[in-house]
Design a binder for this molecule. Structure first.
Ligand code: 13P
Length: 250
């Protein structure tokens, strides 16, 4: 882990009802104790309960993010969609964009680029996800694929400092498979190299996502060029989420 702030982003994906708000009480208590000074927790619940989370977390240090937005700025006839203004109005100050689960549904680099632009315009910080498939990795195309995803998604964007990068290898999401810390370190260095070469940015925050759990965190926390974790499944259980946080710092 870096010496800077450490992010723990809880991506609840399509899980959670109004009643789920009770499942974060212990995490709120943890932040009240102020034990971990460098901690940054961001909850990304489904859109339907964003404002419930916002009300509950109003006086806490925990921030809220949405899991996606529509790619245009204005209101309009787009059935079933929400724009950046709407999620901001619900209390979100972050949004996850470029997640492979949405890329799988046909979201292109160009669409992701538009979404990042509208989010930043609304002063919403972006958690930008990218990652290679198993086939890319087996064909030794990881660097090429990541570079393409990053450059295409960030084309024409100057406000890079409001983007948190999230490296999520597709083959690692929900599978229990993770890289060994020494290999992940090397991949993160390569990614930082791509970003530094192409953008004017001093401090790059990169999170890792993909099957982070209470066991593999012991090895993952050794990756000291990372700024934290984007956690899916394990973040829905507050005991596991807290365990991951505590093990990261201890
Ligand atoms: P899991 O932690 O469930 O593998 O999900 C990772 C992820 O996709 C977070 O965005």
């Amino acid at each position: 882990m870096t010496n800077n702030n450490i992010y723990f982003v809880a991506n609840w994906k399509m899980f959670g009802l109004k009643s789920s708000i009770n499942k974060i009480d212990k995490v709120i208590n943890l932040t009240k104790k102020n034990t971990f000074k460098k901690i940054n927790i961001i909850y990304c619940p489904p859109t339907t309960i964003l404002s419930i989370f916002a009300n509950k977390l109003r006086n806490s240090k925990i921030k809220i993010g949405a899991q996606n937005i529509f790619y245009t700025e204005n209101f309009g006839p787009h059935t079933g969609s929400v724009n950046a203004k709407m999620i901001k109005d619900s209390g979100a100050s972050y949004v996850i964009l470029g997640h492979s689960e949405n890329r799988n549904e046909g979201e292109t680099d160009l669409v992701i680029n538009k979404k990042i632009k509208v989010a930043l315009k609304e002063k919403i910080k972006v958690i930008f996800c990218f990652g290679e498939t198993l086939r890319d990795r087996n064909n030794k195309k990881t660097s090429k694929v990541l570079k393409k995803q990053i450059l295409n998604a960030l084309k024409g964007i100057n406000d890079i400092k409001n983007i948190i990068f999230a490296y999520e290898p597709v083959w690692s999401i929900g599978t229990g498979k993770v890289l060994k810390s020494e290999n992940l370190f090397k991949d993160i260095e390569k990614i930082k190299g791509i970003i530094r070469t192409n953008f004017n940015i001093k401090e790059i925050n990169i999170l890792y996502g993909g099957s982070v759990n209470t066991k593999n965190i012991i090895d993952l926390k050794k990756v000291d060029n990372l700024s934290g974790f984007l956690i899916g499944g394990a973040s829905q259980n507050q005991n596991k989420f807290i365990d991951i946080i505590k093990k990261t710092f201890n």
